[in-house]
Write a protein that binds this ligand. Structure first.
Ligand code: FMN
Length: 152
């Protein structure tokens, strides 16, 4: 069974809402998907996943330092070829998701567009966009491992 792990670092819950909606969208297309707090995840969980989502809000024009250190650790592993998505809530400049997508691509991951940025708390329409991205991940994996997923 293909697995999609979506990791989020969120200070007030906005990026977390995005992560949960991405997971919901993926599950609605038959993919086994979990949104997990950055603080509860280890590198092995991501190594064992077929698709990886990484989300972080923007603070002081960049991703949080803890996410940067996590990416440093991930870049020592072999994650090339995995499907990826990057996302995050922001207030006015929104650099973090773009920086994360760049790092994921440097690791050889196949990062889907859009790199999803939502201003402050996601509204219903924003959450639909997040779900759409989750569905896109499911479709992408289905292209490669169609027999392992429920067809919906
Ligand atoms: C101290 C502080 C610094 C921030 N710096 C930025 C910034 O440089 N650029 C930006 O777009 N948003 C900035 N924001 C806004 C946050 O990214 C925004 O509130 C976001 O919704 C937080 O999402 P989260 O709850 O997932 O952490 C900042 C917020 C705080 C409290």
């Amino acid at each position: 069974m293909s697995k999609f792990v979506i990791v989020y670092l969120s200070t007030s819950g906005n990026t977390k809402m995005m992560a949960e909606a991405i997971a919901e969208g993926a599950r609605s297309r038959g993919l086994d998907a979990d949104a997990i707090s950055f603080y509860d995840v280890d590198v092995d969980t991501l190594k064992n996943a077929d698709a990886v989502g990484l989300g972080c809000s923007t603070f002081w024009y960049k991703m949080h330092d803890a996410m940067e250190r996590f990416l440093d650790k991930l870049s020592k592993e072999h994650l090339e070829g995995k499907v990826g998505v990057s996302f995050g809530s922001y207030g006015w400049s929104g650099e973090a998701p773009v920086q994360i997508a760049t790092r994921m691509r440097e690791m050889g991951m196949h990062v889907l567009d859009p790199v999803l940025r939502i201003m402050y708390t996601p509204n219903e329409k924003d959450l639909e966009e997040c779900k759409r991205l989750g569905k896109d991940v499911a479709m992408e994996l289905k292209k490669h491992k169609p027999s392992e997923m429920a067809v919906t």
